[in-house]
Design a protein around this ligand. Structure first.
Ligand code: NDP
Length: 308
């Protein structure tokens, strides 16, 4: 009889709900015992529909856990100076403990200058060079939400990181680099791959933990992954019906019938899943963790500012 192995799906939606519940309980306790509510300020520039959806979701999640939240909407045509003025106000407000500027910003804006203007202790996205530097030095800091969500998932599934071979495919400032550093800080032996990596398959084939964040659908094929590995697929790729393979059309039949589109990651899930021990689905894997960890960062920032 053929034995068919099935990997355990890491359910990011469920884990993120658990985290939100824990945060809501802690906020309730803070309100009761200290009369204090954590606050998040968001700057949203322009009218990008995706950014608007992200910001609305963040605001909704803030309400769910009992945070105060405020979105400052600014015109597409504003200058770097205009954003710096708003940031200065938020930096100095006592009811705002976390600040984030929704990316991307219009081309005329100096993104580095804007991100560096956020007080590091209020930088809940963790993109400020001070927080990045502290992460490199393995010091207490605010860590970008998606990378810390990845580590949180591994820990909550009781997956050992220490001593393991880990590979990070993608080296962006938002996902790849901080994730590689967090894995290193947890004592994994980390390989980082990027567009210039000569032989991707050889570089990841020994990875016990494989994290992929490239935005390239089907980049990771079944024969590239180690038997029994843990696979974290960060990629989010929107595939329309006309671009879908026959296999995808059948697998995601319902999505295509209802919406004409489906979301997949960077990993060839149907080929990789039978080989590995754990895998994150797309959607419902890393995605929901990002907002949960942003909330966790806001609570952490608030507690640090109140010296709790
Ligand atoms: P970026 O485009 O900033 O980075 C992509 C990285 O992948 C780059 O380092 C790039 O290398 C590398 N890369 C691209 N093609 C290859 C290849 N063929 N082989 C090896 N490396 C390659 O994207 P992000 O890191 O911001 O996001 C990555 C993906 O994760 C996207 O699909 C994004 O939508 C998703 N995402 C999901 C989140 C979630 O909450 N689930 C949050 C953030 C992102 P190089 O720079 O050298 O070209």
């Amino acid at each position: 009889m053929e034995v068919v192995k099935i990997a355990k799906l890491i359910n990011g939606s469920k884990i993120s709900q658990d985290i939100k519940k824990e945060i809501a309980e802690e906020v309730e306790e803070l309100k009761r015992t200290k009369g204090f509510t954590p606050g998040l300020g968001v700057i949203l520039v322009g009218d990008d529909p995706a950014s608007r959806i992200y910001v609305n979701n963040k605001q909704k999640s803030c309400n769910e856990v009992g945070f105060y939240s405020e979105t400052i909407k600014m015109e597409e045509s504003i200058s770097t100076e205009d954003i710096l003025q708003e940031l200065n106000k938020l930096n100095n407000r006592e009811d705002i403990h976390g600040i984030l500027v929704q990316l991307p910003l219009p081309p005329q804006i100096d993104k580095a200058k804007v991100l560096e203007a956020i007080y590091p202790e209020k930088d809940v996205d963790g993109f400020h060079p001070v927080n990045m530097g502290r992460l490199v030095a393995n010091q207490e800091c605010l860590v970008p939400a998606t990378p810390s969500g990845i580590i949180e998932m591994l820990k909550r599934e009781n997956i050992t990181i220490k001593g393991k071979n880990a590979a990070m495919v993608g080296h962006s400032e938002i996902v790849g680099k901080p994730t590689a550093l967090l894995l290193l800080n947890e004592w994994a032996t980390v390989t980082i791959c990027h567009i210039e990596t000569r032989d991707l398959k050889a570089s990841i084939s020994d990875a016990d933990i494989l994290v992929v964040a490239t935005g390239v659908p089907y980049l990771i094929k079944g024969d590239m992954v180690k038997e029994g590995a843990v696979v974290i697929d960060v990629g989010i790729n929107r595939i329309t019906k006309d671009k879908a393979s026959q296999e995808l059309l059948e697998w995601r039949k319902e999505d295509f019938e209802k919406k004409g589109v489906t979301l997949i990651g960077d990993v060839d899930f149907l080929k990789v899943e039978p080989k590995v021990s754990y895998i994150t689905p797309v959607p419902g894997g890393v995605g929901p963790m990002t907002i949960a960890m942003l909330l966790k960062n806001t609570l952490k920032a608030a507690k640090m500012q109140l010296k709790i």
